[in-house]
Write a protein that binds this ligand. Sequence first.
Ligand SMILES: [Zn+2]
Ligand SMILES: [Zn+2]
Length: 389
Amino acid sequence: MSTTPVSPTLEDLNNITALRHHLHHFPELSGSEHNTSHTIRQFVKRYQPTEVVADLGETGIAVMFAGAGAPGPTLLFRAELDALPIKETNVLPYTSSSPGIGHKCGHDGHMAILMGLASLLHSQPLAAGKAILLFQPAEETGAGARKVLQEERFKDLKPDYVFALHNLPGVPLHQVLVREHTFAAASVGLKVSLWGKESHAAEPDKGLNPGEGMSELIQTLNALVKDQRSFQSLTLLTVVHARLGEVAFGTNPGFATVMATLRAFEQQDLNKLKQLALHTVEAIAEKYGLKHSHEFVEEFPATVNAPEAVEVIIAAAKDLNLDIQQVEQPMRWSEDFGHITNTYTGALFCLGSGLNHPELHHANYDFPDELIPTGSSLLYRIAQRLTKS
Ligand SMILES: [Zn+2]
Ligand SMILES: [Zn+2]
């Protein structure tokens, strides 16, 4: 195996960086990434992929690069197409042109990294097997990976290994963060509705105001995770939204809603917390004589890394002399790549975006372009190692 690290040519890198800025300038929300998807399809043509499968989970695209011919594994590398409903505060030549929408998770950069990988797979095809670059929709809502996985045309691709990376501020630039088993937490949104009976504010005795039940629900939900001894590993619950009736001083409200995000490093803990939360809702609704309903939304399973996939990432990072950090705790955030590692062998890892870089999902965040060649070369190296080219 050649030990010289390879990265896209300077000309390619300039084009790919310009592509990143273009994607940043025209961000699109989860499930609406039509122009982004079109741009990716047009741009990748220059690398003459073997095959392109489009419209996966609506806007997703799988781009295939066959190796030089020897039989070998099928490797899949994923990037995300979507941006966030966050107004950009940066002043850049390529500042978001879509009001209230911004690439605040760096998915523009992840797409650019995959494009750099496409350039390498084109100029120096793998000796064996093949590589698939998956540009996946709707990561931020947890809907995209699941939709793609349900597609028969995707199932036909049968990847042997799947990989994805995420940039991570607060970590030295270019540092590689890995962890075996759980890498990112499982999480789910819980929406609770409580109904009493509306009446005139002057006659509260004729109605049933769910306010008391609602406030007890918030406190009891928060208390569920106070004693962490009930769980195997870190388990969190954050009340994210609550509302009682409408703003109407003449009305005694008859409706309330409480929403919370439940999160855990271990899937069993999340399942347990879901049960505890539902029991709490039922008990409080009964105590106050309220009708109730609930819905779980935006479900992300834990992203569980296969040890053999992590081993390859570490070996490839060493080949490129990159700094490696084996993290002790999983990431507290969730990633819908967990759906993909639930189905296929693989791993998610992080690349440091710089110690003082603005945080993900913050209004002043922008993906650091310096990571593009690092990411592309590292993914290519992983592919080389698994196909022994
Ligand atoms: Zn995000
Ligand atoms: Zn992200």
